[in-house]
Write a protein that binds this ligand. Structure first.
Ligand code: ITT
Length: 199
Protein backbone atom coordinates (compact mmCIF):
# COMPACT_ATOMS: atom_id res chain seq x y z
CA UNK A 1 0.00 0.00 0.00
CA UNK A 2 2.70 2.49 1.02
CA UNK A 3 4.72 1.79 -2.12
CA UNK A 4 2.17 3.65 -4.22
CA UNK A 5 2.50 7.41 -3.90
CA UNK A 6 -0.69 9.25 -2.98
CA UNK A 7 -2.07 11.30 -5.91
CA UNK A 8 -5.34 12.53 -4.48
CA UNK A 9 -6.27 13.57 -0.97
CA UNK A 10 -9.04 15.18 1.06
CA UNK A 11 -7.68 17.52 3.70
CA UNK A 12 -9.45 16.64 6.94
CA UNK A 13 -9.79 20.20 8.16
CA UNK A 14 -12.17 23.13 7.99
CA UNK A 15 -9.57 25.57 9.30
CA UNK A 16 -8.57 27.93 6.46
CA UNK A 17 -5.21 28.74 8.06
CA UNK A 18 -4.30 25.07 8.18
CA UNK A 19 -5.53 24.45 4.61
CA UNK A 20 -3.27 27.28 3.42
CA UNK A 21 -0.22 26.02 5.29
CA UNK A 22 -0.69 22.28 4.59
CA UNK A 23 -1.21 22.98 0.86
CA UNK A 24 2.22 24.57 0.73
CA UNK A 25 3.84 21.52 2.33
CA UNK A 26 2.30 19.10 -0.18
CA UNK A 27 3.66 18.50 -3.70
CA UNK A 28 2.16 20.64 -6.46
CA UNK A 29 1.11 17.63 -8.56
CA UNK A 30 -1.24 16.38 -5.80
CA UNK A 31 -5.00 16.67 -6.32
CA UNK A 32 -6.21 18.31 -3.08
CA UNK A 33 -9.85 18.50 -2.07
CA UNK A 34 -11.32 20.14 1.05
CA UNK A 35 -14.40 19.39 3.19
CA UNK A 36 -15.48 23.01 2.70
CA UNK A 37 -15.73 22.50 -1.07
CA UNK A 38 -17.83 19.39 -0.48
CA UNK A 39 -19.91 21.03 2.25
CA UNK A 40 -18.88 18.56 4.94
CA UNK A 41 -18.64 19.92 8.47
CA UNK A 42 -16.12 18.67 11.01
CA UNK A 43 -16.75 15.81 13.44
CA UNK A 44 -16.76 16.21 17.25
CA UNK A 45 -13.25 15.97 18.63
CA UNK A 46 -13.88 13.48 21.43
CA UNK A 47 -10.29 12.29 21.87
CA UNK A 48 -8.04 13.16 24.77
CA UNK A 49 -4.83 13.60 22.76
CA UNK A 50 -3.77 15.35 19.55
CA UNK A 51 -3.10 11.97 17.96
CA UNK A 52 -6.55 10.61 18.85
CA UNK A 53 -8.30 13.71 17.50
CA UNK A 54 -6.35 13.75 14.24
CA UNK A 55 -7.30 10.10 13.73
CA UNK A 56 -10.98 10.89 14.43
CA UNK A 57 -10.89 13.62 11.75
CA UNK A 58 -8.92 11.70 9.11
CA UNK A 59 -11.14 8.62 9.51
CA UNK A 60 -14.33 10.70 9.39
CA UNK A 61 -13.42 12.59 6.21
CA UNK A 62 -12.14 9.45 4.51
CA UNK A 63 -15.38 7.60 5.34
CA UNK A 64 -17.49 10.55 4.13
CA UNK A 65 -15.67 10.87 0.79
CA UNK A 66 -14.23 7.42 0.06
CA UNK A 67 -10.86 9.14 -0.47
CA UNK A 68 -7.54 9.10 1.39
CA UNK A 69 -7.65 11.82 4.03
CA UNK A 70 -4.94 13.83 5.78
CA UNK A 71 -5.99 15.46 9.05
CA UNK A 72 -4.18 17.73 11.48
CA UNK A 73 -4.90 18.20 15.16
CA UNK A 74 -2.76 20.82 16.75
CA UNK A 75 -2.59 23.31 19.56
CA UNK A 76 -0.64 25.41 21.99
CA UNK A 77 0.53 23.97 25.32
CA UNK A 78 1.51 26.51 27.99
CA UNK A 79 3.51 24.98 30.84
CA UNK A 80 2.25 27.19 33.68
CA UNK A 81 -1.36 26.58 32.56
CA UNK A 82 -0.92 22.82 32.89
CA UNK A 83 -0.51 22.52 29.10
CA UNK A 84 -3.72 24.39 28.37
CA UNK A 85 -5.26 25.28 25.95
CA UNK A 86 -3.74 22.11 24.41
CA UNK A 87 -6.37 20.05 22.60
CA UNK A 88 -8.87 22.80 23.45
CA UNK A 89 -6.93 25.44 21.46
CA UNK A 90 -9.66 25.88 18.84
CA UNK A 91 -12.44 25.73 21.44
CA UNK A 92 -10.95 28.67 23.39
CA UNK A 93 -11.76 30.80 20.33
CA UNK A 94 -15.47 30.04 20.60
CA UNK A 95 -18.03 29.10 17.95
CA UNK A 96 -16.92 31.84 15.57
CA UNK A 97 -13.22 30.94 15.78
CA UNK A 98 -12.35 34.38 17.10
CA UNK A 99 -8.71 34.27 18.09
CA UNK A 100 -8.82 37.71 19.69
CA UNK A 101 -11.00 36.00 22.28
CA UNK A 102 -8.67 32.99 22.61
CA UNK A 103 -5.58 35.19 22.96
CA UNK A 104 -7.33 37.38 25.56
CA UNK A 105 -8.17 34.22 27.45
CA UNK A 106 -4.51 33.17 27.45
CA UNK A 107 -3.51 36.52 29.03
CA UNK A 108 -6.43 36.34 31.47
CA UNK A 109 -5.43 32.85 32.62
CA UNK A 110 -1.77 33.94 32.95
CA UNK A 111 -2.87 36.96 34.99
CA UNK A 112 -4.89 34.70 37.31
CA UNK A 113 -1.66 32.80 37.97
CA UNK A 114 0.09 36.15 38.67
CA UNK A 115 2.60 35.42 35.94
CA UNK A 116 5.46 37.88 35.60
CA UNK A 117 6.38 38.55 31.99
CA UNK A 118 10.00 39.17 32.97
CA UNK A 119 10.24 35.42 33.24
CA UNK A 120 9.93 33.26 30.12
CA UNK A 121 6.52 31.67 29.77
CA UNK A 122 7.43 28.38 28.23
CA UNK A 123 5.09 26.77 25.73
CA UNK A 124 5.04 24.70 22.58
CA UNK A 125 2.97 24.14 19.48
CA UNK A 126 2.12 20.50 18.83
CA UNK A 127 0.84 19.03 15.58
CA UNK A 128 -0.43 15.47 15.07
CA UNK A 129 -1.06 14.33 11.51
CA UNK A 130 -2.95 11.24 10.38
CA UNK A 131 -3.22 9.81 6.88
CA UNK A 132 -6.24 7.50 6.66
CA UNK A 133 -6.82 5.19 3.69
CA UNK A 134 -10.27 3.90 2.64
CA UNK A 135 -9.03 0.35 3.48
CA UNK A 136 -8.92 1.55 7.13
CA UNK A 137 -5.13 1.59 7.38
CA UNK A 138 -3.67 4.73 8.88
CA UNK A 139 -0.31 6.32 9.64
CA UNK A 140 0.41 9.01 12.22
CA UNK A 141 3.17 11.44 13.08
CA UNK A 142 3.72 14.26 15.53
CA UNK A 143 5.87 17.40 15.58
CA UNK A 144 6.57 20.06 18.23
CA UNK A 145 8.20 23.45 18.42
CA UNK A 146 9.22 24.98 21.74
CA UNK A 147 8.85 28.68 22.46
CA UNK A 148 7.58 31.38 24.80
CA UNK A 149 4.50 33.58 25.04
CA UNK A 150 5.13 37.21 24.07
CA UNK A 151 4.12 39.94 26.54
CA UNK A 152 1.61 41.22 23.97
CA UNK A 153 0.30 40.03 20.56
CA UNK A 154 2.60 41.04 17.71
CA UNK A 155 2.24 40.68 13.95
CA UNK A 156 -0.64 39.88 11.66
CA UNK A 157 0.78 36.98 9.65
CA UNK A 158 -0.27 33.37 10.04
CA UNK A 159 -3.37 32.39 12.01
CA UNK A 160 -4.63 31.33 15.43
CA UNK A 161 -2.13 31.89 18.24
CA UNK A 162 0.73 32.96 15.92
CA UNK A 163 0.82 36.60 17.22
CA UNK A 164 1.72 35.46 20.77
CA UNK A 165 4.17 32.61 20.04
CA UNK A 166 7.91 33.34 19.95
CA UNK A 167 9.80 30.26 18.75
CA UNK A 168 12.91 29.35 20.76
CA UNK A 169 16.03 31.04 19.35
CA UNK A 170 14.06 33.89 17.72
CA UNK A 171 13.02 37.37 18.84
CA UNK A 172 9.82 37.67 16.81
CA UNK A 173 6.44 35.95 17.00
CA UNK A 174 5.12 33.62 14.30
CA UNK A 175 2.73 36.47 13.57
CA UNK A 176 5.70 38.61 12.51
CA UNK A 177 7.54 35.87 10.65
CA UNK A 178 7.27 35.23 6.93
CA UNK A 179 5.52 31.94 6.17
CA UNK A 180 8.56 30.85 4.18
CA UNK A 181 10.46 30.89 7.51
CA UNK A 182 7.72 29.56 9.81
CA UNK A 183 7.06 26.65 7.48
CA UNK A 184 10.66 25.44 7.78
CA UNK A 185 10.73 25.26 11.58
CA UNK A 186 7.22 24.77 12.91
CA UNK A 187 5.35 21.83 14.47
CA UNK A 188 3.41 21.12 11.26
CA UNK A 189 6.57 20.98 9.16
CA UNK A 190 8.23 18.61 11.65
CA UNK A 191 5.21 16.28 11.69
CA UNK A 192 4.95 16.49 7.89
CA UNK A 193 8.60 15.50 7.41
CA UNK A 194 7.74 12.09 8.89
CA UNK A 195 4.89 11.41 6.43
CA UNK A 196 6.43 13.04 3.36
CA UNK A 197 7.40 9.62 1.97
CA UNK A 198 3.77 8.87 1.13
CA UNK A 199 3.48 11.76 -1.33
P1 ITT B 1 -10.06 21.40 12.17
O1 ITT B 1 -10.42 20.56 13.37
O2 ITT B 1 -11.15 21.54 11.17
O3 ITT B 1 -8.75 21.00 11.55
P2 ITT B 1 -9.59 23.40 14.18
O4 ITT B 1 -9.24 24.86 14.14
O5 ITT B 1 -10.75 23.00 15.05
O6 ITT B 1 -9.80 22.91 12.68
P3 ITT B 1 -7.79 21.99 15.93
O7 ITT B 1 -8.88 21.36 16.69
O8 ITT B 1 -6.60 21.16 15.58
O9 ITT B 1 -8.30 22.61 14.56
O10 ITT B 1 -7.33 23.27 16.73
C1 ITT B 1 -6.04 23.72 16.67
C2 ITT B 1 -5.99 25.19 17.01
O11 ITT B 1 -4.67 25.49 17.44
C3 ITT B 1 -6.26 26.00 15.76
O12 ITT B 1 -7.57 26.48 15.71
C4 ITT B 1 -5.25 27.12 15.87
O13 ITT B 1 -5.81 28.23 16.42
C5 ITT B 1 -4.19 26.61 16.82
N1 ITT B 1 -3.01 26.33 15.99
C6 ITT B 1 -2.60 25.14 15.47
N2 ITT B 1 -1.52 25.30 14.70
C7 ITT B 1 -1.24 26.62 14.72
C8 ITT B 1 -0.27 27.42 14.10
O14 ITT B 1 0.62 26.92 13.26
N3 ITT B 1 -0.30 28.73 14.34
C9 ITT B 1 -1.21 29.28 15.17
N4 ITT B 1 -2.17 28.61 15.77
C10 ITT B 1 -2.19 27.28 15.56
Amino acid sequence: MYKKKINKIVLGTNNEGKVREIRKLLPKRLNIDTPKRRNISSPKETGSTFLENSLIKAKYFSNKTGEISLADDSGLEINVLNKKPGIYSARWAGKNSNFNIAIKKVYRELKKKKINFNKQIKCRFVCALTIYWPNKKFYQSQGKIEGTISSKPMGKKGFGYDPIFIPKGYKVTFGQMLFSKKSKIDHRFKAFKKIKKFF
